[in-house]
Design a protein around this ligand. Structure first.
Ligand SMILES: Cc1cc2nc3c(=O)[nH]c(=O)nc-3n(C[C@H](O)[C@H](O)[C@H](O)COP(=O)(O)OP(=O)(O)OC[C@H]3O[C@@H](n4cnc5c(N)ncnc54)[C@H](O)[C@@H]3O)c2cc1C
Length: 407
């Protein structure tokens, strides 16, 4: 049994867990964050950090550190639909840039920030049991680095342990808005494929791929096909991955001149929401809400959850609100914010051709810089799809595209 009792124990120390621990420790709470991994370490994920993610790091005083690692900034997103390409700025005046930091770099930076804030970080600690007393979560039991079984107690245990969350399995939260795996994606890193500050996305029938610059002069290239093709294609990932690029001959030419520097990694993920709180527990990041990676929202969603959850826990600890009131606020703010993006993401992840009305709209967006910036910002998680696809905005885009009346 550990000697101390914590205000909060966070299980998982990556994009959701470390910021949650950091923000709570900065508010003066006694926080333990555990992870079975050691840091720096990689994880199965590409890692585009859209401008709102960079903005969160700026708020936390961490963006300069990320920039100092030599992570190349990205100021333009392009969407090549074949007949035309939309090219726009993804950010805002306050946060104009995206980044694509290796998770080895980003996650380590976040773990260190949690530790500096005063959270106790235990790496190589595997949680094996959630301790429950009188129907309330009161702690964790797990195996520490030296092999000992350790029990630690806290007022609240936060599961930041990813989409297969051990904490969630123990507390059985309600699941809603569930959709199965829609897309299967594989990625690798290439040298000799300069991107000049662009994130390029290619959309083709039943295929989608993207290239984005990351650390060490490498370019991350991810390519996806519908989940129905997973079984058929998994025996020749490389062949299917490379064949896809022929659908965009200019890109095919560029990548033929580049060199692959890593093995392929890939997966398909289910889509779901989990109720993110209950007696003595909370969920943040993928543990509470998981969606396809086609729109690359996971890291910024994890950052937003960390802020919302840390604020709600502070409201509850300080007595400003009851735990249930505060955490219900966290859940409703999260859901309201992400639902339009969740629907948009799931639609894109089918890799079905856009419905005719959307094709007409995208053709009207083409060449209209304000509208192209708007579309880039939707994909960057800056502007809600609900706002961009609202009747008034769509009307303005079509009006700007129609030829001026004669005379
Ligand atoms: C193929 C792919 C591509 C993606 N691309 C992007 C992208 O470009 N941009 C983007 O924003 N998002 C992307 N995502 C999503 C992103 O990876 C996740 O949303 C993000 O990692 C969520 O962070 P998290 O902290 O919630 O969980 P995770 O990053 O999964 O971290 C969970 C941590 O919990 C620890 N843990 C789990 N169980 C235990 C246990 N029992 N005991 C101790 N520790 C435990 C794990 O070791 C791990 O370190 C992608 C995902 C995939 C699969």
């Amino acid at each position: 049994m550990g000697k101390d009792r914590y205000d909060v124990i966070v299980v998982g120390a990556r994009c959701a867990g470390s910021p949650t621990a950091m923000l709570l420790a900065r508010k003066g709470y006694k926080v333990l964050v555990v992870d079975r991994a050691t840091f720096p370490s990689d994880t199965l994920s590409t890692h585009i950090l859209h401008p709102p993610g960079a903005e969160a790091m700026q708020r936390w005083g961490l963006l300069d550190r990320l920039v100092a690692t030599g992570c190349p900034p990205i100021d333009t997103y392009t969407f090549d639909f074949g007949p035309f390409t939309l090219s726009g700025a993804p950010g805002t005046q306050g946060a104009p840039l995206a980044y694509c930091p290796r998770r080895t770099v980003l996650d380590k930076l976040l773990v260190d920030a949690a530790s500096e804030a005063g959270a106790e970080v235990r790496e190589e600690f595997t949680v094996q049991e959630i301790v429950v007393e009188d129907d309330r979560v009161v702690g964790i039991r797990g195996r520490s680095k030296d092999g000992a079984t350790v029990t630690e107690r806290a007022d609240v245990v936060v599961g930041a342990d990813g989409r297969n969350s051990f904490v969630a399995k123990a507390v059985h939260p309600e699941r809603y808005n569930e959709k199965p795996q829609l897309l299967c994606g594989y990625y690798s890193y290439w040298s000799g494929l300069p991107m000049d500050g662009r994130f390029d996305v290619y959309i083709r029938p039943a295929r989608g791929f993207a290239a984005v610059p990351t650390h060490d002069d490498l370019t991350l290239v991810i390519a996806g096909w519908p989940f129905e093709e997973h079984e058929a294609n998994k025996h020749d990932v490389e062949g299917n991955y490379l064949k896809m690029f022929d659908l965009a001959p200019e890109f095919a030419e560029r990548i033929r001149g580049a060199k692959r520097e890593a093995r392929f990694a890939g997966t398909a993920v289910p889509n779901f929401f989990r109720r993110p709180y209950g007696p003595g527990w909370a969920l943040v990041g993928d543990a509470g809400y998981n969606k396809d990676f086609i729109t690359a929202q996971g890291i910024l969603d994890a950052f937003r959850d960390a802020e919302l959850c840390a604020t709600a826990l502070d409201q509850s600890f300080s007595g400003a609100l009851s735990f249930d009131e505060a955490m219900a606020g966290y859940q409703s703010t999260r859901d309201e914010h992400v639902l339009p993006m969740f629907e948009f993401t799931c639609q894109l992840a089918t890799l079905e051709p856009p419905p005719p009305e959307l094709q007409q709209l995208l053709a009207a967006v083409h060449g209209n810089q304000k509208a192209m910036d708007g579309f880039a910002r939707v994909n960057a998680g800056v502007t809600s799809p609900a706002e961009f696809f609202a009747e008034e905005n769509v009307g303005q885009i079509f009006a700007a595209a129609s030829p001026a009346p004669a005379g």
